[in-house]
Write a protein that binds this ligand. Structure first.
Ligand SMILES: Cc1cc2nc3c(=O)[nH]c(=O)nc-3n(C[C@H](O)[C@H](O)[C@H](O)COP(=O)(O)O)c2cc1C
Length: 165
């Protein structure tokens, strides 16, 4: 692709979202960086699920570390998140609000355990002035594990569409 592309992702459980982010970045020759919260979530899965439930209900946006790359220098920004309580992870919400999206193309992708909710729409709604490119929800197993349910061919087809942007 002629345009400059950055893949920004958050991943917490098993690296599911990281795996998709790396495939996309490799295929598109894009820069890639990971969002990290300054305060880590509890190491206990269920505690994190409960904490995040409260955060999502409150619209909480946790502080995040500075990114390795400055999004303002890119034409296409792909944003990847695990689905957390039917939407993007709070740290991704923080990131979305930190970028001037005018004139950019957004490529949203979200992994989930079977309940994708409104995650992709929520990302695309948070980008005033941007154009939405192809988006994809990728299902992994319903126990929060790393087994990919969405056929890899669907992921590859989506990556090919992003390559044509
Ligand atoms: C706090 C929390 C909330 C979650 N909420 C949902 C949900 O609403 N719907 C769903 O399908 N999966 C949900 N999951 C499962 C993750 O979306 C899924 O395992 C994802 O692929 C993890 O990606 P990661 O390994 O990149 O963190 C949740 C997981 C966590 C930890």
């Amino acid at each position: 692709m002629d345009k400059k592309m950055l893949v920004v992702y958050y991943s917490w459980s098993n690296g599911n979202t990281e795996k998709i982010a790396e495939q996309l970045a490799d295929a598109c020759g894009a820069d890639i960086c990971r969002i990290e919260t300054i305060e880590p979530y509890p190491s206990d899965y269920d505690e994190t699920v409960e904490q995040v439930h409260r955060e999502v209900d409150a619209g909480y946006e946790p502080a995040i570390e500075a990114l390795e790359f400055d999004p303002s220098g890119y034409d296409v920004i792909a944003v990847g998140t695990p689905t957390w309580w039917y939407t993007m992870a709070p740290a991704v919400k923080t990131f979305m609000g930190s970028v001037d999206w005018a004139g950019k193309t957004i490529v949203a992708f979200a992994t989930n355990g079977g309940w994708e909710g409104s995650t992709l729409d929520d990302i695309e709604s948070a980008v005033a002035g941007a154009t939405a490119g192809p988006s994809l929800a990728i299902q992994f197993d319903s126990t929060g594990g790393s087994r990919q349910i969405t056929p890899q061919q669907q992921v590859d087809n989506w990556i090919e569409r992003v390559q044509t942007l």
